[in-house]
Design a protein around this ligand. Structure first.
Ligand SMILES: *Cc1c(COP(=O)(O)O)cnc(C)c1O
Length: 378
C-alpha cells in the first residue's frame, strides 16, 4: 500500500454541507457558508475580518494591492518558500528581494532583513514556513523603524501561535491557502485576514471585480474575480468544526515520527523557537549525508521504491529562472537557505496516517541508511 505525502481529511460534515449548498442552489460566491466561514475564521485567527478568496496566491495578490505595492518597489521575502510568495510580488510589478532565513526558525532572519532594506523597499512578506511562525515582533520592529508594512503568508501555518497570538493576527494583513495539501482545505481556496476596516473594504472591492459596494454594476477601480464559492466554504465550515481533532491527529503523527527517528544519526528536525506553537503541516527532516550515509535525494528515491511519497524542500526561489538573474545582480547570498534546501525533506503527514504507517516510514528511513552504508563500504 502506497503512502502519499498528503491526504485531506473529509470525514466530517464536508459531504453533508456541500450537498446542502447544492440543494440550496447557492453555488456561487454568496451564501450561508461564505458568511459563516468568514465570521468563524476571523474569530479563530483573532482578527476583525477574514475575506474568502479563490486561493492562497490570489490572497497574496490582493494583500499586496491593498498595501499599494507596485512597479519600482522592492518587497523583502524569504527565498525558502513556495513560489507563490514571489510570484504575487511580480503580479503587482514589484520586485521580490530575497532574504536568508534564521537557522533557529527556518523563517526570515531579522538581522539579514535589516541589511537588505534600500530606499525602494516598501514592505515585507513574512512566511511561516512549514507551520513554524516567523519572529514577528523582531520583524515588525524593523518594519516600523523603516516605515514598511508586513504581510504574513500563513498558508502553511493555520492556527499556529506566536507568543500566544494566532498566526494571521501578527502583521497588517495575513494570507491563507486552503489547497488540498494544507492542514485545512477546500481543494482550492484561500483567505485574507485584516483588522483595519478600511483595508477590509478595499480588499472586498478588489476581490469582486472592483464593484462599488454602494452602487451595483458600477466599477470605480480595476478589480479581480478572486471570490470563493459557497460550495468551497461549506467544506471549510466542516473542516474547522473538527479543527481540534484534525490538529491533534497530526500532532500525534509528528510526535511518533520524532520518537521513531530521534536515534538515527544524521537525521535532523525542524527547530521550534521557545515562543512558537507551530502548526503541524508537513513533518520535516534534514539529512546530513556524511553522518547518515546517503544524500537527501538518495533517501527520497529509496523511499519512493518502498511506495512512500516524500518531497524535497522548496528549491530556493533565487535559483529559479524567473528570479535568478536579478538575485545574482543584487549579489544575494543565502547560505542558510541553500544548506536547508539541499538537505531538507517532508515526510507523509495527514490526520488519517496510522501509527503503523508512521513506523513503516521510519523503518524505511532506518534501512535505507543501512543499505547506503553498505554500499559506501564496498
Ligand atoms: C500553498 C502556499 C501558497 C499558495 O497557495 P495556493 O492556494 O496554492 O495558491 C502561498 N504561500 C505558501 C507559503 C504556500 O505554502
Amino acid at each position: 500500500m502506497r503512502i502519499p505525502l498528503a491526504v485531506p481529511d473529509l470525514s466530517g460534515n464536508e459531504e453533508a454541507y456541500v450537498g446542502r449548498a447544492i440543494r440550496s442552489s447557492w453555488i456561487s460566491s454568496t451564501g450561508e457558508y461564505v458568511t459563516r466561514f468568514e465570521r468563524e475564521f476571523a474569530g479563530l485567527c483573532g482578527v476583525r475580518s477574514t475575506i474568502s478568496v479563490a486561493n492562497g496566491t490570489a490572497a497574496l495578490h490582493l494583500a499586496l494591492l491593498a498595501m499599494d505595492a507596485g512597479p519600482g518597489d522592492e518587497i523583502l521575502v524569504p527565498s525558502l518558500t513556495y513560489v507563490a510568495t514571489a510570484n504575487a510580488v511580480r503580479y503587482v510589478g514589484a520586485e521580490p528581494v530575497f532574504v536568508d532565513v534564521d537557522p533557529g526558525t527556518w523563517c526570515l532572519d531579522p538581522a539579514a532583513l535589516a541589511r537588505r532594506i534600500t530606499a525602494r523597499t516598501k514592505g515585507i512578506v513574512a512566511v511561516h514556513l512549514y507551520g513554524h511562525p516567523a519572529d514577528m515582533d523582531a520583524i515588525n520592529e524593523i518594519a516600523a523603524a523603516h516605515r514598511l508594512w508586513v504581510i504574513e503568508d500563513a498558508a502553511e501555518a493555520h492556527l499556529a501561535r506566536y507568543k500566544g497570538r494566532v498566526a494571521g493576527s501578527l502583521g497588517r494583513i495575513a494570507t491563507f491557502s486552503f489547497y488540498g495539501n494544507k492542514i485545512f482545505t477546500s481543494g482550492e481556496g484561500g483567505a485574507v485576514a485584516v483588522d483595519d476596516p478600511a483595508l477590509e473594504r478595499r480588499l472586498r472591492i478588489l476581490r469582486g471585480q472592483g464593484m462599488d459596494p454602494e452602487r451595483r454594476y458600477f466599477f470605480p477601480v480595476t478589480g479581480y474575480n478572486y471570490r470563493l464559492t459557497n460550495v468551497a466554504c461549506a467544506m471549510l465550515c466542516a473542516q474547522f468544526e473538527r479543527r481540534d481533532d484534525i490538529l491533534d491527529r497530526r500532532r500525534r503523527v509528528f510526535l511518533r515520527y520524532r520518537d521513531r527517528l530521534e536515534e538515527i544519526p544524521g537525521i535532523g528536525f525542524q527547530p521550534v523557537a521557545p515562543w512558537a506553537e507551530p502548526a503541524p503541516w508537513l513533518f520535516c527532516i534534514t539529512v546530513d549525508p556524511l553522518t547518515y550515509g546517503m544524500t537527501r535525494d538518495g533517501l527520497i528515491a529509496a523511499l519512493e521504491r518502498e511506495g512512500i511519497e516524500t518531497r524535497p524542500f522548496f528549491i530556493p526561489l533565487h535559483r529559479l529562472p524567473p528570479f535568478e538573474r536579478q538575485s545574482r545582480e543584487r549579489g544575494e547570498e543565502l547560505p542558510v537557505t541553500e544548506r536547508l534546501a539541499g538537505m531538507g525533506m517532508n515526510l507523509p503527514t495527514y490526520s488519517q496516517l496510522t501509527g503503523e504507517q508512521v513506523d513503516r516510514v521510519a523503518s524505511a528511513i532506518r534501512s535505507a541508511r543501512d543499505q547506503g552504508r553498505e554500499r559506501a563500504r564496498r
